[in-house]
Design a protein around this ligand. Structure first.
Ligand code: HEC
Length: 119
């Protein structure tokens, strides 16, 4: 009987971990994606000061600038990230990521990027 209680408790815990995991994993995944794919231009802290920023014709967007960022919709950001800057009328210095990132990963990155604007 005690074993059964233990097993069902362990089961409930495992189930809980399964339910909680995805959101956490997504947040961690986005931070890592940003570091790997985006920070070389946009900078680790989103200020647009990454190592490669100086090589571009257009300075990368500064995500800490709340005034600018509040005017950009999630839908526009999604398109810019997925299909590249040119798809939303920006310079093609902003590459397209449709080949490397799926829609969920892009949504995760948008949430992550919004976090750089601290009011
Ligand atoms: C090679 C440099 C480079 C890399 C790498 C890069 N970007 Fe950009 N990004 C830019 C430039 C340049 C712009 C355009 C800024 C402008 O026009 O003012 C931009 C603009 C943006 C915008 C603003 C879109 C809008 O509508 O204003 C978003 C969001 C963005 N990038 C997200 C990302 C994400 C997410 C990644 C990583 C997956 C990434 N960028 C990687 C250079 C880069």
């Amino acid at each position: 009987m005690r074993n059964l209680a233990f097993v069902s408790m362990a089961g409930a815990l495992a189930l809980g971990a399964l339910i909680i995991r995805p959101a956490q994993a997504r947040a961690q995944g986005a931070a890592l994606d940003f570091k790997i794919y985006c920070s070389r231009c946009h900078g680790e802290n989103g200020k647009g000061d990454g190592a490669d920023a100086g090589t571009l014709k257009t300075p990368p967007r500064n995500f800490t600038d709340c005034a600018v960022m509040s005017k950009i919709s999630d839908a526009t950001m999604f398109k810019a990230i997925k299909d590249g800057g040119a798809s939303v009328g920006l310079p093609n210095d902003m590459p397209a990521w449709s080949a490397g990132l799926d829609d969920d990963e892009i949504h995760g990155l948008i949430t992550y990027i919004r976090g750089f604007c601290k009011k």
